[in-house]
Ligand binder design. Structure first.
Ligand code: 5RP
Length: 219
């Protein structure tokens, strides 16, 4: 079963490669699906000029593949961003942050003209929220934010022992009702101490590539 999931992730990653124009700087996300994308890119490193990376882990993997990693601040424009997700809907709303890189992922998604999301078919849901929603918080605000989430019906669990690349903590929020992802993202962003919310709804994916045993579905 796990091997099927890996094969479907690989199908989606290879399909994303076909959407990368030659010679561009590509935004690169984080996670096991993106690792397969980086590995595919490693076979043709001259295909891209460079990459903007969402995490230290992806930066290391990109550099090992011979791909230069540049600072987003150096770019006037970013044509494409490729990243995975923990859950996705048909509206291309996402939950991200299982790997804890959600803040940089959100920044790169905001900067990119086109956001291509690559997932296997186990990630497709009708309503977001089966996967606990990751929220990055300033460490001193962790308990305060957790109480605010409890007041909204969520059960916020501290991802203990995990520090983000930005030096912050993650709360994984179970049992939230995510009927309106855009409204909830906006609301949770207002809580003092929240750095970023793993809902990608205000800025959804532009293209969703879903790897299945029968091939890749494009949404
Ligand atoms: C990291 C992410 C990842 O895209 C998400 O967790 C999916 O990971 P994987 O491809 O390993 O299933 O948001 O912060």
């Amino acid at each position: 079963m796990a091997r099927d999931t890996d094969a479907n992730k690989r199908r989606a990653a290879l399909a994303a490669l076909e959407l990368v124009p030659s010679g561009v700087t590509v935004g690169v996300g984080t996670g096991s699906t993106v690792n397969l994308f980086i590995d595919a890119l490693a076979a043709i490193p001259a295909r891209v000029r460079s990459a903007v990376s969402s995490s230290q882990a992806s930066s290391a993997r990109l550099r090992a593949a011979g791909i230069a990693v540049v600072d987003l601040n150096e770019l006037a424009d970013l044509a494409l961003y490729v990243d995975g997700a923990d859950e996705a809907t048909a509206a291309r709303h996402l939950i991200k942050g299982g790997g804890g890189a959600l803040t940089c992922e959100k920044i790169i998604a905001a900067a990119a003209r086109r956001f291509v999301c690559i997932i296997d078919d186990t990630k497709m849901v009708t309503t977001l929220g089966r996967f606990p929603l990751p929220i990055e918080v300033i460490p001193m605000a962790r308990a305060l934010v957790a109480r605010q989430l409890t007041a909204r019906g969520g059960r916020a669990l501290w991802r203990q022992g995990f520090i983000t690349d930005n030096g912050n903590h993650i709360l994984d929020v179970h049992d939230l009702s995510i009927a309106d992802p855009v409204a909830l993202e906006r609301e949770l962003n207002q809580i003092a101490g929240v750095v970023s919310v793993g809902l990608f709804a205000a800025r959804p994916a532009d293209v969703l590539l879903v790897g299945t045993a029968q091939g890749v579905q494009t949404r």
